[in-house]
Unconditional design. Structure first.
Length: 165
């Protein structure tokens, strides 16, 4: 998964407590999981922390924290089946993205569609001829428990940029 260029504006406070713009820039190179916009290592977040959350190295999700990223799914890309220990909010910004669950159910999400992924085992795919751009916000969650069984969340092997593996 690659990612389009993103302008990121970050606000903060000056020494007198007034709201100010602390950063306004086009973000650098994306990782294999898309372009990381921001992350926090805690939730609730510490808005006094001056760390650039876009530069903190994180995995697919952040235990005890949050991550916001934008990714582009190239035509033909298909992720491995995976589950994250997070609640994921997503918005399809451009194109069409397929979602397949381990039950075999599938749905197509188009530009403007939103989704809430609640710790389910799933595959993302783009079987169209056009790239698809998606914004993801992942927030740490308790592991999913069905009866007395906790569903495992092994680290996924995610696709490399542009869908190469």
């Amino acid at each position: 998964m690659s990612a389009p260029a993103v302008r990121r504006v970050v606000t903060g406070h000056d020494s007198e407590g007034r709201a100010v713009i602390i950063s306004d820039k086009i973000l650098g190179e994306p990782s294999g999981m898309g372009r990381q916009i921001w992350s926090t290592l805690t939730s609730p977040a510490d808005n006094s922390d001056e760390t650039d959350g876009g530069l903190v190295k994180v995995g697919p999700s952040v235990p005890g924290g949050t991550v916001f990223r934008v990714g582009e799914f190239e035509p033909g890309l298909r992720s491995p089946m995976h589950r994250t220990r997070s609640i994921d909010y997503g918005l399809v910004l451009r194109g069409t993205l397929g979602l397949e669950l381990d039950s075999g159910e599938q749905v197509r999400l188009n530009a403007g569609d939103v989704f809430v992924q609640r710790g389910t085992n799933h595959v993302w795919f783009n079987d169209t001829e056009e790239p698809c751009v998606v914004a993801f916000i992942l927030i740490d969650a308790e592991p999913v428990k069905i009866g007395d069984t906790v569903l495992e969340t092994p680290p996924p092997s995610l696709p490399a940029p542009n869908g190469s593996r």
